[in-house]
Every structure is written in structure tokens, then in C-alpha cells.
Design a protein around this ligand. Structure first.
Ligand code: AMP
Length: 504
């Protein structure tokens, strides 16, 4: 089935329901947007001669047209390639070439200058765009479940990005899991796209189109604390996807705010530390829900529901809040050793996933695909522990693991301890090469003035084994993050190495 059929269905069953709003202004209802989608699809096929299976890029900040472009491509049987708007032109060029895209939609000011001449650029909202919308409406192009729909380029915190190839089946499985595990259907809701639509927020637009709810685009096109609170006050039943670092910024805001309208904050994409989760529950009530996923199995590995967040009287409540929850309904999740054999409950292993949301493979990269999907299981590169009840607690990605004196040290464990200090707002722990032990622990800390290494060391001594204590502290104003809010540990390792070289 074609995932775009849900747009048509919403247009027929809920024609007057708001589909897209810019801030508080409703731009299109479902009848209107489903017509625009069919026309745009017609334009892509007839004016540009694209055929099913061709790739179409979207290099745009969040904007109202984003949704109709996604659906128009699927409607026409095309494959979308959403590109993070903050990428460097050289990275855009890499994705354009790697995906072999024929055409790319672009918002003002985002150039594709370095991309191959083969790509045609269409300015969103410009004359070419209007011409596409004037084309005759195209009937829905039938698609098989295993036809490709979305090339999701991995965020590339290390190495070159790879295009996780997501099929219509994968996206459908993600939508079902959204309702079953993340955010149950309600008669009325709206999703605020404060996080990039090229990533999690755009993926979560799909279940909202499925239930004909409104997609709200913030006027800034991005994440702004004041604006998010303003949108919560304006839109009943509001949900939004946020990286944990965004939730942290909402929590740092001291103004009194009316959040009665909030339905759910769906966080994921990076570690949420227990202290921040507790503060979030305090501030927003039991409206937090967590997902753990990756581009290769979009938004769909495990989830920790709002209900599980609220179970304060459960003896494992805190441990569960520090976990990423239980397997989502469309997938099996297990932890495996290096040979791919399941490890026992309570032991650390690599997280492996099998099910309908798992990608077909990496675009044009059979070697990387064979490396990632072995015996039908996607090997995520994340390490974690499953408890006897099926709750998964993530440790760290293999590349972030510190090995000191032959023993594994998981940075997250140390970060969790540092964050319990009232004056510490952010912490990231890395390994520094060292002759005697192989690696030694270095902590980057964002803290209020007056906190020193001695105070943090005393805290660590009370809570963790001596060999895990950071040997060095670096106090910084902020941590480097990518545009999805993920802390860039590669960058921290580089900064640390430069400083060490500079002081030698
Ligand atoms: P991406 O493919 O860019 O979405 O990145 C996926 C990676 O982000 C995963 O493999 C994890 O390492 C990390 N991640 C995603 N969700 C969570 C979560 N809830 N908690 C901790 N890490 C997460």
C-alpha cells in the first residue's frame, strides 16, 4: 500500500479538519492539501518527466509546504530524500550524488551550489512551484509494501552519511507503533514541528496525517523556547517531538507557563538523563513519552510510555525512567554478543532489532547493509542491558565506550552522576588516549560558577568505582551539538586532543 493513501483518505473523511497551520494560522484543511498533493504529484510526473522510483530531495527548513512535498512524492511513486537544512553544501552535494536525485525542493538561501549539475532545484513557494501546483491532479500511484519511500541519511556524527532505505511497509509499521506504544489516538490533537522535519518530527507527521490531525509549523521554522510555550498555549492537544537537549532547554526556562493544552512531549534521539526526566515530570506532569529508534528502523525500537513514566509506586520506577522502555509492537529487540548470540538478561550486549520497521538496507551500499543486517537482525551499534521484564537500558555506542586498563567504562554512567550535582547542567564524558591504561576519563561540564573539579570528584567518589572517576575536568560554556541536538563526542575528543597538544 502507498503511505500517501492516508492523505487522500483524510481529505475525503475529514475534509474540513485543519491539516497544516503556520503558527496559529490554518493554511490548508485536509480537502485542500489532498488536492494540492495530487496536483503537485501530477506536476512532478508530467512537467518534469519523473517516473516512479526516482529520487526527489527536500533541502528545507520546516515550512508548511514540507508536508505536501513529502506526500506528493509518495503519491507519484517517487522516493523522498529529506536533507538536514543545516548541512554544509559539500555534504548536501554528497547526498545529492549518492542518492542520484533528479530534482530537489529548496527554501530560500539554502544552496546546492556544489551538488551535481544533474539536479534541478525548485524554490519552495516560487514560480516553478506554483507551476507544478497548476498541473492536473494525478491518480494515486500504486505501491507495494517493499517499494522504497524515504532515504534517511544518517546524521553522520562520524564518517560519511549512509542512506537508510525506508519502504512504505517500514513507515506504516512506524505509524502503527506510534499509536500502540508512543502516543495513543485521541479525538483531537496537533503536532508541533519544532524539531527538523527531515528527521524525527517529519517522520511523526505521518501518524498525524493518518488520524487527520493538524501539523503546526512554528513561525521560526525551528526550536525556540518562547515560541514552543506560545504554541502549547494556543493549540489544544499539542504533541511534539524533541531531542532531550530541547526538553532541557524548556526546563531551564523559569517563567510561569500555561501547559494545560499539552498532550505529550515525545523525546528521543539521544540520552535523557534521569535528573532531567524527573524535572520534566515535575514541570509537565505525566505527559512525557520516550522513543528509542534510529534512521535504520525509524523511531521504532523501544518506547517508554506516559503510563510507565507515571508509575511512581512501582519499585523499579526510577530504573525504568533511566531506561528506554520496552520493545515497540512491530519489532523484536534483543541484546547480542559479538557472534550475534543473545546474552542473558542483565548482561551488556549490542542491541539488535528485527521487524517490519527495519530498513531494506543502505542505498546502493550492499557491503554496509551486510554489515548492519546479519541473519535478519539489524545491529544498531548501541550497547544496552535488557532486564528480566524486557526494559532496555542503553549504555553507549561502541565508539563512545572508554576502555581503561582493559575494563569497559560507560560514559553515560558517569554523566548521570555528574548531573546529580545541583550546579551542573550538562555533562559529557570521553576517553583520552593514555599510555599506561589505554584511555583515561575526561569530563566536559557545563556548570554554574564556583563548581570545581574537587567538588565533582568528591561526588564521584561517593557514587562510582574509583577507576571510572574522571581524571580531568574541562569546564565549558556549552557542549558542541549537531543540528538534531546530539552531543558531538567526536568533536569533544578533537577539542581535548588539541588542548592537550597545545599545553605539551
Ligand atoms: P539517528 O539515526 O540519527 O536517529 O540516531 C540514532 C541513534 O541515536 C541511536 O542509534 C542511539 O544511539 C541514539 N538514540 C536514539 N534514541 C535514543 C534514546 N531514546 N536514548 C538514547 N539514545 C538514543
Amino acid at each position: 500500500m502507498n503511505i500517501a493513501s492516508f492523505m487522500l483518505r483524510a481529505g475525503l473523511a475529514f475534509p474540513g479538519a485543519p491539516a497544516v497551520a503556520a503558527g496559529t494560522h490554518v493554511m490548508w484543511d485536509y480537502a485542500t492539501i489532498s488536492r494540492r498533493v495530487a496536483a503537485l504529484a501530477g506536476g512532478l510526473r508530467t512537467r518534469h518527466g519523473l517516473v516512479p522510483g526516482d529520487r526527489v530531495g527536500i533541502l528545507a527548513k520546516n515550512c508548511p509546504e514540507y508536508l505536501e512535498i513529502l506526500y506528493a512524492c509518495w503519491h507519484a511513486g517517487l522516493i523522498v530524500v529529506p536533507i538536514n537544512a543545516k548541512l554544509h553544501p559539500a555534504e548536501v552535494a554528497f547526498i545529492a550524488d549518492n542518492s542520484g536525485m533528479a530534482l530537489c525542493f529548496v527554501t530560500d538561501g539554502l544552496g546546492g551550489a556544489e551538488a551535481g549539475a544533474a539536479v534541478r532545484w525548485i524554490g519552495i513557494g516560487g514560480a516553478d512551484y506554483a507551476a507544478l501546483l497548476a498541473a492536473p491532479e494525478l491518480p494515486l500511484e500504486p505501491r507495494l509494501p517493499d517499494d522504497d519511500a524515504w532515504l534517511f541519511y544518517t546524521s553522520g556524527t562520524t564518517g560519511r552519511p549512509k542512506g537508510a532505505t525506508l519502504t512504505h511497509r517500514n513507515l506504516l509499521a512506524m505509524c502503527f507503533c506510534y499509536f500502540a506504544d508512543v502516543d495513543p489516538v485521541s479525538p483531537w490533537s496537533a503536532i508541533l514541528h519544532a524539531a527538523p522535519m527531515s528527521h524525527g518530527s517529519g517522520l511523526y507527521a505521518l501518524p498525524h496525517v493518518m488520524q487527520a490531525s493538524c501539523n503546526v509549523i512554528p513561525p521560526s521554522g525551528g526550536f525556540d523556547v518562547d515560541e514552543v510555550y506560545g504554541m502549547i498555549a494556543a493549540w489544544p492537544g499539542l504533541v511534539f517531538f524533541a531531542a532531550p537537549t530541547m526538553v532541557k532547554r524548556l526546563l531551564d526556562d523559569a517563567c510561569p507557563r500555561d501547559t494545560a493544552n499539552l498532550k505529550a512531549i515525545i523525546y528521543g534521539g539521544g540520552p535523557m538523563y534521569l535528573e532531567h526526566c524527573l524535572a520534566g515530570l515535575e514541570r509537565f506532569g505525566p505527559k512525557l513519552t520516550q522513543l528509542y529508534g534510529q534512521g535504520e528502523t525509524p523511531m521504532t525500537i523501544t518506547a517508554l510510555s506516559a503510563r510507565q513514566h507515571a508509575q511512581r509506586d512501582h519499585p523499579q520506577w526510577r530504573a525504568r525512567l533511566a531506561s528506554v522502555g520496552i520493545a515497540q509492537s512491530a519489532v523484536e529487540v534483543r541484546t547480542v554478543d559479538e557472534a550475534g548470540r543473545p546474552v542473558a538478561a542483565g548482561e551488556i550486549g549490542e542491541v539488535a532489532v528485527r521487524g517490519d520497521s527495519v530498513m531494506r538496507g543502505y542505498w546502493n551500499d550492499p557491503a554496509a547493509t551486510a554489515q548492519a543486517i546479519r541473519d535478519g537482525w539489524l545491529h544498531t551499534g548501541d550497547f544496552g542491558v535488557l532486564d528480566a521484564d524486557g526494559f532496555l537500558t542503553l549504555k553507549d555506542r561502541s565508539k563512545d565506550l572508554i576502555i581503561s586498563g582493559g575494563t569497559n567504562i560507560y560514559p553515560r554512567e558517569i554523566e548521570e552522576v555528574l548531573l546529580t550535582h545541583a550546579a551542573v547542567s550538562e555533562a559529557a564524558v570521553i576517553g583520552r588516549p593514555e599510555e599506561e591504561w589505554g584511555e583515561e576519563v575526561v569530563a566536559f561540564v557545563v556548570a554554574a560558577p564556583g563548581v570545581d573539579a574537587a567538588a565533582l570528584d568528591a561526588l564521584c567518589q561517593q557514587r562510582i568505582a574509583r577507576f571510572k572517576r574522571p581524571r580531568h575536568y574541562r569546564f565549558v560554556d556549552s557542549l558542541p551539538k549537531n543540528s538534531y541536538g546530539k552531543v558531538l563526542k567526536t568533536e569533544l575528543r578533537r577539542i581535548d586532543a588539541d588542548l592537550v597538544a597545545g599545553s605539551a
